[in-house]
Design a protein around this ligand. Structure first.
Ligand SMILES: NC(=O)c1ccc[n+]([C@@H]2O[C@H](COP(=O)([O-])OP(=O)(O)OC[C@H]3O[C@@H](n4cnc5c(N)ncnc54)[C@H](O)[C@@H]3O)[C@@H](O)[C@H]2O)c1
Length: 418
């Protein structure tokens, strides 16, 4: 039996079914896995991945294993682990997993330490927790990591800040910033799965409701588009004037949060920022307002403010719903303790979209091993993005036009045809 710390190995049968179901919608990943099985590009490489432990991640793990990697998987969020999937990875696929849904902070970091003690030469992160712990607590191990890959916006922001301070000791690929990732995963994946999480947690009817979306980035755009499609009156709050203008021209109301707070029925933060919803906003919210977050960390909603202001807190009025009753009798409902609602209360992104994100991860890991890189933050190579896009189109039965030689010459020239 491989090393593990999972909730219950008896759950593995259900996990195996879910992994297989997700695999059915991950044709790009399957193609990579078939090639990796033949070529073994990761043979003997130790890898540690700190990702949401979902059925889609399981299929990435299977692909890395097929490529010859010795892999340890740990959770990148205490609430996002699918325990049956974790059990199946250990039982059926012999992949070491340290992750339990609902693990406390200490266990979460114990698991990250286990990933580092595996002595990886490649790491993967979703939020940069593994790489930050490595730099802070195991600085002498950094030199044996040839490359790291970062999956999400918040992680890339942290890594760029480390690079700016000359603190980054490892080459890192900003997988989040690949077009094959953020244009699809953040927009369509987070968009749809955040709706799914909120509805599963609350049974909320969107039609006719005022839905306040903080942040009109890729995730915010995807979520707003879907909420509008379901009949919600969507209000955007932003701090970036271009994004605010874009939201206004996309047909949404735009206003400061302090105004939106008075009228919203549902609030969802998708900013990657801190304290976007705080005391001054909770003070003016309506009775029954629902508050959720789908940004990476549970810092977007100031839960401490909410707890201090409330005269009563009832945990679990429904699964993933805590009720905070204010001294004036207003009830505010916080979902999933302010953690990523799409992963806590639903299943995260659909497999079809993770197919592209994780294909980007697998191919970039292979690329990194073939190149000697200095510490710094790197973009995913264009050839990887192109291969994934063409392959995804092919699996969807879509073909596109090719540039003619004449068109190529025209597009490369400055004096033709004007
Ligand atoms: N739930 C998921 O599964 C999932 C998936 C992908 C990304 N994420 C996370 O979601 C967050 C957003 O990602 P993104 O790719 O949309 O980022 P982004 O940078 O494209 O967008 C964030 C937007 O929030 C705005 N913003 C920042 N502070 C704000 C504030 N105080 N009030 C209002 N708006 C503010 C920014 O101006 C920006 O337009 C990140 O934390 C990212 O890691 C979550």
């Amino acid at each position: 039996m491989v090393n593990h710390d999972v909730k219950d190995l008896a759950l593995s049968q259900e996990g195996k079914r879910r992994i297989a179901w997700a695999d059915g919608d991950m044709p790009v990943m399957r193609k990579i896995r078939e090639r990796f099985e033949q070529e073994k590009p990761l043979a003997g490489k130790k890898m540690s991945a700190c990702l949401h432990i979902t059925a889609e991640t399981a299929n990435l793990a299977r692909t890395l294993q097929a490529g010859g990697a010795e892999l340890v998987l740990v959770a990148s969020n205490p609430l996002s682990t699918q325990d049956d999937v974790a059990a199946s990875l250990v039982n059926d696929y012999k992949i070491a997993v340290f992750a339990k849904k609902g693990e406390d902070n200490k266990t979460y970091y114990d698991h990250i330490h286990a990933a580092i003690k595996h002595n990886p030469s490649i790491t993967m992160d979703d939020g940069a927790d593994l790489i930050s712990t490595l730099h802070e607590e195991y600085p002498d191990k950094c030199s044996s990591v040839v490359c790291s890959l970062e999956e999400t916006t918040t992680g890339v922001i942290r890594l760029r800040a480390m690079a700016k301070d000359n603190a980054l000791k490892i080459p890192v690929f900003a997988v989040n910033d690949a077009e094959t990732k953020y244009l699809f995963d953040n927009r369509y994946g987070t968009g749809q799965s955040t709706v799914d999480g909120i509805i599963r947690a609350t049974d909320f009817l969107v039609a006719g409701k005022k839905v306040v979306v903080a942040g009109y980035g890729w995730c915010g755009k995807g979520f707003s588009m879907r909420m509008k499609g379901m009949g919600g009156n969507v209000i955007i709050t932003e701090v970036n004037p271009i994004r605010a203008l874009e939201a206004a021209m996309d047909g949404f109301s735009v206003m400061p949060m302090i105004e939106a707070a008075k009228i919203g029925d549902l609030f969802c933060t998708l900013t990657g920022d801190i304290n976007v919803l705080r005391k001054e906003h909770f003070e003016v919210m309506k009775d029954g307002a629902i508050i959720a977050n789908s940004g990476h960390f549970n810092v977007e909603i100031n839960i401490e403010d909410l707890a201090k202001m409330a005269q009563d807190k009832t945990i679990g009025v429904r699964n993933y719903v805590d009720q905070y009753t204010m001294p004036d009798g207003r009830r505010l409902y916080l979902l999933a303790e302010g953690r990523l609602i799409n992963l806590a209360a639903a299943e995260g992104h659909p497999a079809s979209v993770m197919d592209m994100s994780f294909a980007t991860q697998a191919l970039t890991a292979e690329y990194a091993l073939k190149h000697e890189l200095k510490p710094g933050v790197y973009d995913v190579p264009q050839e990887i993005e192109d291969w994934i896009s063409y392959t995804k189109l092919e699996t969807m039965g879509i073909t596109i036009d090719q540039l003619t030689e004449e068109q190529k010459a025209y597009l490369a020239s400055w004096d033709m045809g004007t």
